[in-house]
Design a protein around this ligand. Structure first.
Ligand code: NAD
Length: 494
């Protein structure tokens, strides 16, 4: 008989027991296959988990479909909110389990994983608040009383990446279930563990079977089957542009399901020479690229520094980048853990080679750290030309491209000269400049005198090829509801 339990011990001695099955209809079940999940700090297998293919995807979708029409669609918002609050409490209760699994699987420092898990509880509580406040409008038009109702869409598929596994899960599941939808979420095949632990909490919280289903499996098998399923009404996706295109195609070739896409970026960070607090600008600029080992869709990976402060900024930036300890994510002093995989590390190293070949100066880092695991030095390229590959393509690692600029209109043109538009940052002490430049930047999020401010209360999403649809805040509700307009003829006699 297949064992669907793994006992895992982290390097700090912490022990977690985990169900390794696919979570379908509130049960952990076997998949078509298994997949090994690798610890990126050591390259060793952590656990083997069940992987779905089209048959298991169908089972999960049928369970969600049944739950939707079997009552969840019409459920009282207060009931949904209560369940979500209970789930958030359980996430808090088991935060150490979840954070340890996240650090083992993804490689992010434990303290960052703990912060991520706390955020997950916040997301569920925040969206629980909307569950009983989904109102339409009343419209009086030409003797007809019209009103709108906001109805759930149905079965929502969610496909998430490996960089913020448990946080991405909450971004997809919380707005979907608060609005009365049912969910089939597919984790990245590289980071399924925290989601499987979370799945057990879904059942414990008391969610009816089929409302939340969590599976893992490869993209081209499980992901594609979900994107093509005729009973999936919507897909919310975060990941690469190539996969985003594949999902649009699958939706077009199946049932024209609704889609929202969040596809990464090449976010500019503009530092003007009137910046009041250079230390703060340097802190946020390094944080904006090196946090999470640079594996952030919103990473501010292109820095434009005005000529008057360029040399000083670069000097301070390199000092701060060097100060961040690279190493074991369970070590409290570590700022930067490993990259997610050998293949991803090689891809980043390829960009570093290209940067050098194309003539940019590698002023700091550029090398692998140690022989075990997938660690990389924080890397700084300076005097990078606008058309350099490292200035244009998303590297998704701890590699920044810095260049000098002279005038404001030119830097805005350069910042916007990209197919992406996820985020941007501006550092200046001049309020007029801050507002003018923020307005001119083509990006879904603009940070002034800070970077990386992303939370449940602010809408998040892309312009251009960074995707479409907004996650977080009440804007996210629009992606999980459809508006029905009902018109009543009031012209009959009293
Ligand atoms: P990916 O797009 O291949 O994978 C993301 C998710 O999509 C995973 O769950 C994967 O299994 C699934 N998937 C893959 N192919 C699919 C398909 N044909 N149909 C349906 N689902 C499919 O991303 P990745 O391989 O994890 O990373 C590659 C690059 O993507 C990175 O280097 C980075 O540039 C980018 N990325 C962006 C984000 C982001 O937050 N926007 C996150 C991770 C990766």
């Amino acid at each position: 008989m297949t064992t669907l339990v793994a006992n895992i011990t982290a390097p700090d001695g912490y022990k977690v027991t985990l169900n390794t099955g696919l979570f379908i209809n509130n049960d952990f079940v076997v998949g078509a296959n298994t997949t090994d999940t690798i610890n990126p700090s050591t390259g060793k297998v952590i656990a083997s988990v069940q992987a779905a293919e089209s048959k298991q995807v169908d089972l999960a979708v049928q369970a969600a479909h049944k739950a939707f029409y079997g009552g969840w669609k019409q459920s009282d918002g207060r009931k949904r909110a209560r369940l979500m609050h209970k789930l958030a409490d359980l996430v808090d209760r088991d935060s150490d389990d979840l954070a340890h699994l996240e650090t083992l699987d993804n490689g992010k420092p434990l303290k960052n994983a703990q912060r991520d898990v706390a955020e997950v509880a916040n997301y569920f509580r925040y969206f629980a608040g909307f569950a009983d406040k989904l109102h339409g409008k009343v419209i009086d038009a030409q003797g007809k009383l019209s009103y709108t109702v906001h109805e759930p869409i149905g079965v929502c598929g969610a496909i998430i990446p490996w960089n913020f596994p448990i946080v991405m899960l909450s971004w997809k599941i919380a707005p979907a279930v608060c609005t009365g939808n049912c969910v089939v979420l597919k984790t990245s095949e590289m980071t399924p563990l925290s989601a499987l632990k979370f799945a057990a909490l879904v059942k414990e919280a008391g969610f009816p079977p089929g409302v939340i289903n969590i599976i893992t499996g490869y993209g081209h098998l499980a992901g594609d089957a979900l994107a093509r399923h005729m009973k999936v009404d919507k897909i919310a996706f975060t990941g690469s542009v190539a996969t985003g295109r594949a999902i649009m195609k699958a939706a077009a070739e199946s049932n024209l399901k609704k889609i929202t896409l969040e596809l990464g970026g090449k976010s500019p960070n503009i530092v003007f020479d009137d910046v009041e607090n250079m230390d703060e600008a340097v802190f946020y600029s390094t944080f904006g690229i090196y946090y999470n080992a640079g594996q952030m869709c919103f990473a501010t990976s292109r820095i434009y520094v005005q000529e008057g402060i360029y040399d000083k900024f670069v000097e301070n930036f390199k000092k701060m980048a060097q100060a961040g300890k690279v190493g074991c994510p369970f070590d409290k002093a570590t700022f930067q853990g490993p990259q997610i995989s050998e293949a991803h590390l090689k891809k980043i190293m390829g960009y570093i080679d290209t940067g050098k070949k194309e003539g940019a100066t590698c002023s700091l880092g550029g090398n692998r750290v140690g022989n075990t695991g997938y660690f990389l030095e924080p890397t700084v390229f300076t005097d990078v030309k606008p058309d350099a590959t490292i200035m244009k393509e998303e590297i998704f690692g701890p590699v920044v491209a810095i260049c000098k600029f002279k005038d404001t209109s030119d830097v805005i043109r350069q910042a916007n000269d990209t197919p992406f538009g996820l985020a941007a940052a501006v550092f200046t002490s001049n309020i007029t400049r801050a507002v003018t430049v923020s307005n001119a930047l083509e990006a879904g999020s603009v940070w002034v005198n800070c970077t990386s401010v992303v939370n449940e209360r602010n809408p998040f999403g892309g312009y251009k090829q960074s995707g479409f649809g907004r996650e977080n805040s009440n804007y996210a509700l629009d992606n999980y509801t459809q508006v029905k307009s009902i018109k009543i003829n009031l012209s009959s006699k009293l």
